[in-house]
Design a binder for this molecule. Structure first.
Ligand code: URA
Length: 433
């Protein structure tokens, strides 16, 4: 078999066989197939697409390119959620303790921030002392004792994706449905969960800009998850505006704590209730309506907050941050951004708001970049809100004072103020089972 022929075949719009797909992922992972041939194949896939069978074959080949995790020592049903990536998306921090406090285990391998989207591990690491790198034995022990544990990736999971994602990032082939599906599901299926709820984002802050594309992406991911024997469903949710008000690591953990205290922003609270109840429903804890009631009880009784406290303590973090935000450490002075004119916030470029937060120090451009846990943005006004010229619309936090003028300019360029009030959008557009 020759890589040249595989590229030629896809360029001609023909379907690749499972054998050809595995030849590619195995050869590329080992370094036998060079980047230029892998890039050519990604571009051919971008233009000619892949059938559902080819996409499934690529997903399973990526899953099998590295270690498969074995959670069989973790008691009970294991449920997970995965977001396709967004700005201000801190739902995992809230949903995981919510679900655990309802008796379903969440043993979660979480990712780091890259590009304009944030990563749960970086958020957790903003809690002083918090360990996100644990041995497998410790991970299993905490998951069994507390019911929830969240760590970063330690073993070599889906190395084919690691190489492919970096290559796609520099060859303009990220926004391609079969490549996104195989990248996300290849990693998800390497973990050993029984149920998976996918939060497929749609809008200006996500990879999928239209509802139709998001629906297609969700349908293919759900079918592949079910085919692999995991109970899988997807929610298509709004990412045309950041979720909640906080963007940045410690700022998002603080907002998550407020939400677990029942004092969170409406959009974030509602989405967390929907995601957590969907996970419980997949884990056979009742109808969706019954699971919504279970989740609300866990949230408003404070049980989920206590579960989060237990998890922080078990992972070496300082649980006092829950009661005293000053225990997160010193916060840089805030810089207020004001509305340049009167009107309504008509729309925002959410990805660009994510880029602004990255510039302030909350994200990373390359995996080696370090993160400032206290940097970020607090939105004071969101899409649909009325503003008068000069009103504060956001607070920027950074220790790098010299970049503030550029960050403010970027933030303002991402915010479109109009005389017309935009129509309100739903939080969840569709559910794909
Ligand atoms: N997240 C991933 O892990 N892979 C993609 O291709 C897109 C989002």
């Amino acid at each position: 078999m020759r890589m040249y022929d595989i590229i030629q075949k896809k360029k001609d719009g023909l379907a690749l066989t499972e054998e050809e797909i595995r030849f590619f992922t195995e050869g590329y992972t080992k370094g036998d197939i060079p980047d230029y041939q892998a890039a050519a194949l990604c571009m051919a896939i971008y233009f000619k697409g892949m059938s559902p069978d080819e996409t499934a074959a690529l997903t399973f080949a990526i899953r099998d390119s590295g270690d498969r995790l074995d959670f069989s020592d973790i008691k009970g049903i294991r449920a997970d959620k995965h977001s396709t990536g967004g700005v201000g998306d801190k739902t995992s921090l809230i949903v995981a303790p919510l679900v655990a406090s309802c008796g379903v285990t969440v043993a979660k391998i979480t990712g780091r921030a890259l590009g304009h989207t944030g990563g749960t591990v970086d958020k957790l690491e903003s809690i002083p002392g918090m360990r996100t790198s644990l041995s497998e034995q410790e991970f299993v022990e905490i998951a069994n004792k507390v019911g929830v544990c969240m760590i970063g990736q330690s073993r070599e999971i889906a190395p084919a994706d690691k190489k492919l994602y970096a290559l796609r990032d520099v060859t303009a082939t990220v926004d391609c449905i079969p490549l996104i599906v195989s990248s996300i599901m290849g990693k998800k299926l390497a973990a050993d969960d029984d149920c998976i709820v996918l939060d497929v984002k749609t809008g200006s802050g996500s990879f999928m800009k239209t509802l139709e594309e998001s629906r297609t992406l969700a349908r293919i991911m759900v079918d592949i998850g079910n085919k692999a024997g995991k109970k899988t469903m997807a929610l298509i949710t709004d990412m045309d505006v950041p979720l909640g008000f906080a963007i940045g690591n410690a700022l998002e953990v603080m907002e998550s704590i407020r939400t677990l205290k029942g004092e969170g922003p409406e959009d974030l609270t509602q989405l967390c209730i929907i995601l957590a109840s969907s996970m419980l429903h997949l884990a056979d804890r009742g109808t969706i309506e019954e699971c919504v009631e279970l989740v609300k009880d866990a949230l408003y009784s404070g049980r989920a907050l206590e579960k989060f406290r237990e998890m922080i303590s078990a992972q070496g973090g300082n649980p006092k941050v829950i009661d005293h935000f000053s225990d997160f450490g010193a916060v840089p002075e805030k810089h207020i951004v004001r509305a340049p004119r009167s009107g309504y916030i008509y729309s925002v470029n959410t990805a660009q708001i994510g880029e602004t937060s990255l510039l302030l120090g909350a994200g990373r451009n390359t995996v080696e970049d370090s993160i400032d846990p206290m940097a970020g943005i607090i939105l004071l006004k969101k899409t649909g809100d009325q503003v008068t010229a000069g009103d504060p619309i956001a607070e920027l936090y950074t220790w790098k004072k010299n970049i503030l003028p550029r960050a403010e300019e970027m933030f303002l360029a991402s915010t479109f103020i109009s005389d017309i009030q935009p129509e309100a959008k739903p939080l969840v557009f569709d559910i794909i089972k």
